[in-house]
Design a protein around this ligand. Structure first.
Ligand code: UFG
Length: 330
């Protein structure tokens, strides 16, 4: 039995591949390398191509005995999705529809889906629970929610079982230092801060300090990418064992403000990391913190790297050793 990981050359995808391989799974990676990196592909079997390519999917599903798909391949920038929603409907919703059609044709009935806290929009209460209303405030969250709903109807019609994992703020890198976070352009807070510590940027801009939080900056729930990766493995196991679909939040349940994150990174890197106050970024909710009790009780998930220090230390380890990301190897 093999597991097909779409987007397995991307940030969260590659860390999940590492976790699946370490758990003894036979893993096949499919990635078009638009955002992913060939240096991040850890599986021996790698197909470079697009999930919208029907011939390629036929080839993969025919050649390999695939019992489940872990689906990451997608665009994931909130700001870009507001500028170009049709790109997100194509790369996320249309692509997932093509993948699910081919899974149906080849009788593959299990899928673990990479979803997001952006499905909730502006939360009505903190911590956010899976049963809370989903009212996305941007096309990125909207497309991920559309896929969750597609999965629900596919289960009813074709018996496709799915687990959707709604991530909060993924950060950190593999402890063995081989893979980490490398986006172009980089928009995420922790890598940007570490680029300042490496002298690649002069300062970090804080997007607004007039939010209704203690220090006025936004609060987020940062989760280590290896803990996310482990949740995918547990979700896959549960799908195989119980054949039950589900939706789970993945976060640590503790929020940190932008200022707290910068302060922690200053301590860890020993660099002053200059910060400048800037305007709010459109679409940013003030506070996003997860309740992950359901993932803990039903999946048996126990985050291992649950302090902000551990998360930033592992990210710093990767960035220091790969100042140009995956290009550092060349
Ligand atoms: N921020 C800054 N300066 C920067 C970058 C970010 O102040 O240069 C702030 C943001 O305004 C936000 C916080 O740092 O308050 C975290 O921002 P990120 O861009 O790192 O992450 P987001 O919370 O915007 O988004 C992440 C994922 C999304 C997902 C969302 C859901 O990247 O894909 O979490 O929680 F939708």
């Amino acid at each position: 039995m093999s597991v097909l990981v779409t987007g397995g050359a991307g940030y969260i995808g590659s860390h999940t591949v590492a976790e699946l391989l370490a758990s003894g799974e036979d893993v096949i990676v499919l990635d078009n390398l638009q955002k992913g990196h060939s240096g991040a592909v850890l599986a021996d079997t790698f197909y470079q191509g697009d999930i919208r390519d029907p011939q390629l999917l036929d080839q993969i599903f025919t050649r390999h005995d695939i019992d489940a798909v872990v689906h990451f391949a997608a665009d994931s920038l909130v700001g870009e999705s507001v500028q170009d929603p049709l790109k997100y409907y194509d790369n996320n919703v249309v692509a997932a529809q093509r993948l699910l059609s081919k899974m149906k044709e080849h009788n593959v009935k299990r899928i673990v889906f990479s979803s997001t806290a952006a499905t909730y929009g502006e939360p009505k209460r903190i911590p956010i629970r899976e049963t809370d209303p989903t009212e996305p405030t941007n096309p990125y969250g909207e497309t991920k929610l559309a896929i969750e709903k597609m999965l629900k109807w596919c289960e009813q019609a074709y018996g496709t079982k799915s687990v959707s994992l709604r991530y909060f703020n993924a950060a950190g890198a593999h402890p063995d230092g081989r893979i980490g976070e490398d986006h172009d352009p980089e928009t995420h807070l922790i890598p940007i801060i570490l680029q300042v510590a490496l002298g690649q940027r002069e300062h970090v801009s804080i997007f607004g300090d007039d939010y209704p939080t203690e220090d006025g900056t936004c609060i987020r729930d940062y989760i280590h990418v290896m803990d996310l990766a482990n949740a995918h493995w547990l979700a896959l196991k549960r799908l195989r064992e119980t054949n039950e679909s589900g939706i789970y939040n993945l976060g640590n349940g503790t929020g940190f403000s932008v200022k707290q994150v910068i302060e922690t990174a200053r301590r860890i890197t020993g660099h002053p990391i200059p910060a400048q106050m800037g305007p709010r970024r459109a679409g940013d909710p003030a506070v996003l913190v997860a309740s992950s009790g359901k993932a803990k009780s039903e999946l048996g998930w126990k985050p291992k790297y649950d302090s902000l220090e551990q998360i930033i230390e592992s990210a710093w380890n990767w960035h220091r050793n790969h100042p140009a990301g995956y290009r550092s190897h060349i």
